[in-house]
Design a protein around this ligand. Structure first.
Ligand code: ADP
Ligand code: MG
Length: 361
């Protein structure tokens, strides 16, 4: 397995890129540790597949380098990089049996046939493909075919890293959950360096130790699920992760006070100090989980109007307005909701200021 370093990496599909918008990937520097499970999370078109294909060697970056364990592999072909890649749609040989499909990457490398059989049996067992081993791939369901693709990716134990590009897209939601857990188990068992592309936050957060959140060709934050939740470095991380996402309210700062929705909210000293030199468009961010909902004013609370309550079974979402700003508040199911006129509190620890979308820290 390998540590992957991306050094001043950038990519444009154009011959003569001019501005930043001509780049599918904007300059990035990252180190992904050996044996780590990483997810690349972001909306369609943000550059996830481009980055994955650069790591595997299918795409040569227009700028910068890719290193495996410190060795420059930027100019190497995919087969020279010793990588397994699983794509969004099944890549299998329809006329071969399931067993031969799984064995293919091993036979290709002239592995001893007894070892091939043993490994194929293990992988088939893991993916619950054992009853299908003798069947031809052609007649199988899309789910089963994608499981074969996963198996072909997982069958070699000597790869530097295994890369997945939204591999569960075609999988039935019922077994998606189960396969996700399987992948997690496999990662733990073999200590593979795993890079997993998805646009689904649940998938990213359950599968990966660290998630790289991407938007418009940039990794805006690389962090643990907890870091992304508690301390979003960018407004995009705030609203893309979480359900509902972070509240982001327009604000102005005057002295130690934030003006939000036409009201004054005193801020913590640390926040004030950090935001002192902030320029650009300012936003105050707080996750719906951390807003306090009160029926009486308290020190530092602001009056809010409750406009709707959505009961979602084990929790509820309260919609409120704070002056002219909308606010979502997430409450445990059992917590009572005050009448229409209520008050909201913003605990200092969870109240963040963003300047031009970047966290002021
Ligand atoms: P994602 O996987 O996150 O959906 P991609 O990496 O596929 O994003 O695409 C990133 C950007 O690069 C998009 O704007 C896309 O249109 C563009 N792009 C992707 N592949 C090519 C290509 N082969 N040629 C030109 N532009 C491409
Ligand atoms: Mg893609």
């Amino acid at each position: 397995m390998a540590r992957i370093t991306l050094e001043n990496l950038a990519h444009s599909y154009m011959d003569h890129p001019k501005g930043a918008e001509d780049y599918a990937l904007r300059t990035m520097n990252h180190v992904w540790e050996d044996g780590g499970a990483y997810a690349l999370l972001g909306p369609s078109g943000c550059g996830k597949t481009t980055l994955l294909n650069i790591i595997s060697g299918l795409v040569t970056p227009s700028e910068g380098k890719v290193l495996f364990d410190g060795n420059d592999v930027t100019a190497l072909e995919p087969q020279e990089r010793n990588i397994a890649q699983v794509f969004q749609f099944p890549v299998i040989y329809d006329t071969m049996t399931v067993a031969d499909n799984l064995a293919f990457p091993l036979r290709n490398r002239h592995i001893d046939e007894a070892a091939v059989q043993k490994r194929v049996a293990e992988i088939a067992d893991l993916l619950e493909l054992t009853p299908d081993l003798k069947k031809r791939a052609r007649g199988l369901t899309a789910d089963a075919k994608q499981k074969i693709s996963l198996g072909r990716g997982l069958v070699r134990s000597d790869v530097a890293a295994i890369l997945f590009d939204e591999p569960l897209t075609v999988i039935d939601p019922q077994i998606k959950f189960q396969l996700r857990r399987k992948l997690r188990e496999i990662h733990e068992e073999f200590a593979l360096t795993l890079v997993y592309v998805t646009h689904d936050q649940n998938e990213a957060l359950t599968l990966a130790d660290k998630v790289a959140v991407m938007v418009e060709g940039q990794v805006v934050q690389l962090g643990t699920p907890q870091e992304l939740f508690e301390n979003p470095a960018h407004t995009f991380v705030g609203y893309f992760i979480g359900s509902p996402g972070m509240n982001l309210l327009d604000c102005h700062l005057h002295g130690g006070v934030a003006q939000v929705g036409g009201m004054s909210l005193p801020l913590a000293h640390d926040t004030v100090r950090a935001a002192r030199d902030a320029t650009g468009q300012l936003k105050l961010g707080i996750r719906p989980e951390f807003v306090q909902l009160l029926d009486q004013p308290e020190d530092g609370s602001l009056p809010a109007k409750i406009t709707a309550v959505e009961d979602l079974g084990n929790y509820k979402i309260v919609r409120a307005t704070l002056g002219d700003e909308a606010l979502a508040i997430k409450l445990p199911e059992e917590q009572p909701v005050p009448s229409e006129q209520a008050y909201v509190g913003f605990p200092a620890r969870w109240t963040k200021i963003y300047a031009d979308d970047r966290l002021v820290a």
